[in-house]
Design a protein around this ligand. Structure first.
Ligand code: MG
Length: 406
C-alpha cells in the first residue's frame, strides 16, 4: 500500500486502486461529445484494458445509434423519451438486441450507477451532468472528471461525498490533469503554488479600446485548441481559466491564494506545481485530450501510447502575468472562489447565459464580464448543501442574467 502524505484528498490516495479488475468497464456520460469520442478511441486502442458498459448520449441520435451498434453497451441514455423510442426502433431494425434504452436525467443516472460499470467518465457539458456524477460517487464508482462545471457548481458536495465513500476523482481537464501528475511527486504540505497555464486566447494583445467591438467570429477562433463554442468564448474572456481556478481549489483542497494563472501562449506546458523548496514541476505533452483521458483511466499506471511529443521541435516557452484589466473575468472568478457556494454557481450560470447572448449578438464582448459582475453582486452568500439546492441556485442566477441581457 502506498502511504499518502497528501491531504485526505481522494485524488491522491493510491489505496483504492489496488483491487481494480484488469479490464475496466466504462460508463461514458457525454459519449457523443468530443471527450466522449476521444474516450471511445482510447477503448478502441486498448481493448484488453477497457470496454464500454453504458453510454449517455444526449441528443445526437445518429451518433448514439452508431455507437450502440459498434460498442453494444448494456445501456444507452438519450435526452428525451422520443429520441429513446427512435433509437429503440433503429436498433431493432439493425438486429441489435440486449441494449437497454433509457432517457432523461434518470437515464443518465442509471448509466452512471449501472452495476456493470467500474469507472465513470463524466463529460456532459454544463450542470446537466451534475446529478449523474453525484450518483456515481454515491454508488462508489471512480470518476474521471472532464466536466468542470460540476466542480465549480457543486465541488464542495462532490468532494465531501467522494471522501465519505472513498471514491477517487481523477481530473481529465488538461490543466488539472497536469497538476495531478505534478502533485504525485511531492507531499501536499510541500505545495506552495499551483500554476495553471492559459493560452491567453485570441485577444491577448488586442488593444483594450477594441474589446467592445469584438465579434463572435473573432472570439470563436482559438489559437491552440479546437473546442466547443462556449468553452472557446470562455477562453477568449479567460472565464474558462477562472472556472479552472475554482476547480483546482476543490480538487486539490487548496485556498484560492495558492492557485495562480500564468499566460503561456504555446499551450505546451499544461500546468505546473511549485514546491516550497523552490522546485517547479511542469507537465509537457501533445495538446491532445486523449492523453489526460488515458491517464485518468489508467491511473496509477502509465500505459505505452502513440501520443508522443516532439521535443526537438520545441523552440521556446513564454510565460507572462495575466492582465486582470483586459480579463476582468479572472478577478471575478477569484472573488467567487473566495466566497464559494452560491457565488461559484452564479459565476458559471451567469457566464453561460451571457456567452449565449454574445453569440446571438444581443450583448457586446465586454457585456459578458459586466453581466457576471452584476449577477454576482446580487447573489446572497449561501452554501447549498444538496444537489437540488445547487440546481435551484443555478436557475436563480440564470434568471437574473437573462433579465440583464434582454
Ligand atoms: Mg482546461
Amino acid at each position: 500500500m502506498v502511504r499518502s502524505t497528501h491531504s485526505p484528498s481522494v485524488l491522491t490516495d493510491h489505496r483504492f486502486w489496488n483491487d481494480l479488475k484488469p479490464l475496466k468497464r466504462l460508463a461514458i456520460l457525454g459519449s457523443t461529445g468530443s471527450i466522449g469520442q476521444s474516450t471511445l478511441s482510447i477503448v478502441e486502442q486498448f481493448p484488453e484494458r477497457y470496454s464500454v458498459a453504458t453510454l449517455a448520449a444526449g441528443r445526437n441520435l445518429d451518433e448514439a445509434c452508431a455507437q450502440a451498434v459498434r460498442w453494444r453497451p448494456k445501456m444507452v441514455s438519450l435526452a428525451t423519451e422520443e429520441l429513446a423510442a427512435q433509437l429503440t426502433s433503429r436498433l431493432r431494425q439493425a438486429g441489435v438486441s440486449g441494449v437497454e434504452v433509457v432517457h432523461g436525467v434518470e437515464g443518465t443516472v442509471a448509466c452512471a450507477t449501472h452495476s456493470e460499470a467500474d469507472f465513470v467518465v463524466s463529460a456532459i457539458v454544463g450542470v446537466a451532468g451534475l446529478e449523474a456524477t453525484h450518483a456515481a460517487i454515491l454508488a462508489g464508482k471512480p470518476v474521471g472528471l472532464a466536466n468542470k462545471e460540476c466542480m465549480v457548481a457543486a465541488g464542495e458536495i462532490l468532494t465531501a461525498a467522494a471522501r465519505r465513500h472513498n471514491v477517487p476523482i481523477l481530473p481529465i481537464d488538461s490543466e488539472h490533469n497536469a497538476v495531478h501528475q505534478c502533485m504525485r511527486v511531492g507531499a501536499y504540505s510541500e505545495v506552495k503554488t499551483i500554476w495553471l497555464t492559459a493560452s491567453g486566447g485570441p485577444f491577448r494583445q488586442t488593444p483594450l479600446d477594441r474589446f467592445p467591438g469584438i465579434t463572435p467570429e473573432q472570439a470563436l477562433k482559438h489559437p491552440t485548441w479546437v473546442m466547443g463554442r462556449r468553452i472557446t468564448i470562455d477562453s477568449a474572456t479567460m472565464l474558462n481559466k477562472g472556472l479552472e481556478i475554482i476547480e483546482a481549489c476543490r480538487l486539490f483542497d487548496v485556498p484560492p491564494a495558492k492557485v495562480r494563472v500564468t499566460v503561456h501562449p504555446q499551450s505546451t506546458v499544461h500546468s505546473l506545481v511549485e514546491y516550497v523548496d523552490g522546485s517547479i514541476l511542469a507537465q509537457i505533452s501533445v495538446t491532445d485530450m486523449r492523453l489526460p483521458i488515458l491517464y485518468a483511466l489508467a491511473y496509477p499506471e502509465r500505459p505505452a501510447s502513440t501520443l508522443t511529443f516532439d521535443l526537438a521541435a520545441l523552440r521556446h516557452l513564454d510565460f507572462e502575468e495575466p492582465d486582470f484589466k483586459r480579463f476582468p473575468c479572472l478577478r471575478l472568478a477569484y472573488e467567487a472562489a473566495e466566497k464559494g457556494g452560491a457565488h461559484c454557481i452564479a459565476l458559471n450560470a451567469s457566464d453561460e447565459v451571457a456567452v449565449e447572448a454574445f453569440l446571438d449578438r444581443r450583448i457586446p464582448f465586454t457585456g459578458i464580464p459586466d453581466t457576471i459582475e452584476k449577477v454576482l453582486a446580487s447573489t446572497p452568500e449561501a452554501h447549498p448543501a444538496t444537489i437540488a439546492e445547487v440546481l435551484a441556485a443555478d436557475r436563480q442566477a440564470r434568471e437574473r442574467a437573462a433579465q440583464l441581457v434582454s
